[in-house]
Design a protein around this ligand. Structure first.
Ligand SMILES: [Zn+2]
Length: 500
């Protein structure tokens, strides 16, 4: 049903097989509503989307038995994959729906949707007692629905609830994985946080859920249609997204840009190359008839979402997802916080991120946050943790020197010499001289002429920690610090080691 083909961080490019074909994940499901669809399904298909999501509760209210008789694909006029939601969103908006769990589950099987959701209780942003109830009630309903979903062709989605209470999210996920019969898990109701640009909370919820769900199963994030959060959610292991934001924002004359969401009337230029908006100036669009403008802006917004998905996939292919996240982290304060959520969950990410790749690519490092990049972390873990043993036998002096800016100047190891040269490096911490100029030390690109203060102070801590451990093992060894001082930290190293 689902296979992960390529992995980077905890993100993956996978394949999801459904009754109406296979899609590559991460995938975005545009929310469609037949009653109000300024963007046609042909337009959505032309943009490369093979999948849509619509609301089964609204289908039942408006069309009754017709979709059950004809099939939802024919009613929508869509031969790709159809996911249906159950009315849980309406519960979040209006408090309740006048349909039972049994009724809506049976209906989704009858209309033949490919991916379907039980009638869960979204937590939203609420008090703890209500959140606890939404977790328990969703799990009760998931168990109750089991008899109904058995022997259907649909892939059934079990939402994980708990909202901002991460212990409840963890419990919800742990309990959910014990219930058989569900192919896909989902992280419920992040919309309330997304509207406030609170990506950090959404990603913390995602991480709490993913840590407790079976890693081989696909996980959907409900209502997440901001292009900027997609790469971070994928990095934590989200495979599917859905949202109506592309059309809701368009109706409100708001557009996605590379740095967030902007009102059309505040834009002097449209910095976009998509075929829909690039023919017009913002002024021309504003002068247009409302429905046509909404259509163009919605298509533009979908293009921005697709671009975000494609960039994320390309980064996974190249093993550069961490670097993409770091680059995006300066696009908005919320993405800066998102990067913080990624660093906080690095231990979880390391469980999945491949250590070795076929093609060796350079690692780009910018700030002390970059040090948690798995590709740097593995080196630092090995060397700073003495998993790699420096060749110190018969050496009497440890000479600390800055890593040369030109690898031509790497010291040549001399077995006859009594001096052991240990190089210090603002990204790698320390480099035993025999590793100078070889993989991975030559593959690190960092702003040598403008190093961040945080990188330098971390390096001083790394050097002092490393040398102290060497001296524990070789107390007779003399430590000398080379006079060269390209980063202005020599006096700190000397003072912290108590040398002068
Ligand atoms: Zn555009």
């Amino acid at each position: 049903m689902f296979e992960a083909r390529e992995v980077d961080l905890a993100g993956r490019i996978g394949r999801l097989h459904t009754a109406h074909g296979t899609i590559e994940t991460p995938a975005f499901f545009p929310v469609i509503d037949l009653e109000r669809q300024e963007v046609s399904l042909e337009d959505i298909s032309r943009l490369g989307f093979r999948q849509v999501i619509t609301n089964a509760y609204l289908l039942l209210k408006r069309y009754g038995r017709e979709p059950a008789e004809k099939g939802v694909h024919r009613v929508l006029g869509w031969d790709g994959i159809v996911m249906t939601d159950s009315g849980a969103y309406q519960i979040l908006q209006y408090g309740s729906v006048d349909v039972s769990l049994e009724e809506i589950v049976r209906y989704q099987a009858e209309i033949g949707s490919d991916i379907s959701v039980i009638l869960d209780i979204p937590t939203g942003d609420t008090d703890r007692a209500t959140a606890e109830w939404s977790v328990e009630e969703t799990l009760r309903r998931a168990r109750r629905a089991l008899a109904l979903i058995r022997d259907t062709k649909n892939l059934w989605v079990l939402p994980v609830q708990g909202g901002r209470y991460l212990d409840l999210v963890e419990k919800s996920a742990r309990e959910a994985r014990k219930i058989p019969g569900y192919s896909i898990y989902a992280v419920g109701s992040p919309t309330v946080f997304l509207e406030k640009y609170d990506y950090y909370t959404v990603l913390s919820i995602v991480a709490a859920a993913k840590r407790n769900l079976p890693p081989g199963r696909p996980v959907h994030l409900f209502g997440a249609g901001h292009p900027l959060i997609i790469p971070y959610a994928v990095a934590l292991g989200i495979d599917m997204f859905d949202s109506a934001s592309y059309i809701l924002y368009a109706r409100d004359d708001r557009v996605f840009t590379s740095t967030g969401v902007e009102r059309l009337d505040r834009l002097h230029y449209l910095p976009c190359e998509c075929p829909h908006c690039s023919r017009y100036t913002p002024q021309e669009l504003l002068a247009m008839e409302k429905r046509e403008r909404t259509r163009i802006l919605a298509l533009h917004n979908l293009c921005m979402i697709r671009k975000s998905i494609d960039e994320t996939k390309q980064a996974i292919k190249e093993g550069r997802l961490w670097e993409l996240l770091e680059a995006l982290s300066h696009h908005h304060p919320s993405t800066y916080e998102s990067m913080h959520a990624i660093v906080e969950n690095a231990d979880y990410i390391y469980r999945f991120s491949p250590r070795v790749r076929g093609v060796v690519r350079g690692v780009r490092a910018y700030t002390s946050r970059s040090l948690a990049n798995p590709r740097l972390h593995y080196y630092r873990y090995r060397v700073l943790g003495f998993k790699y043993e420096p060749r110190l036998n018969n050496k009497k002096t440890l000479l600390l020197a800055p890593y040369p800016s030109d690898i031509e100047n790497c010291p040549r190891p001399d077995p006859a010499s009594e001096i052991y040269i240990l190089l210090y490096h603002p990204v790698l911490g320390v480099v035993p001289s025999e590793l100078c100029g070889v993989f991975p030390t030559i593959h690190v690109h960092w702003p040598e002429r403008a190093p961040e203060r945080g990188l330098l102070s971390q390096m001083v801590r790394d050097v002092v920690g490393y040398v102290s451990r060497v001296l524990e093992r070789h107390p007779e060894m003399r430590v000398v610090v080379d006079a060269r001082d390209p980063w202005g930290v020599r006096k700190d190293i000397v003072a912290d080691l108590g040398l002068e």
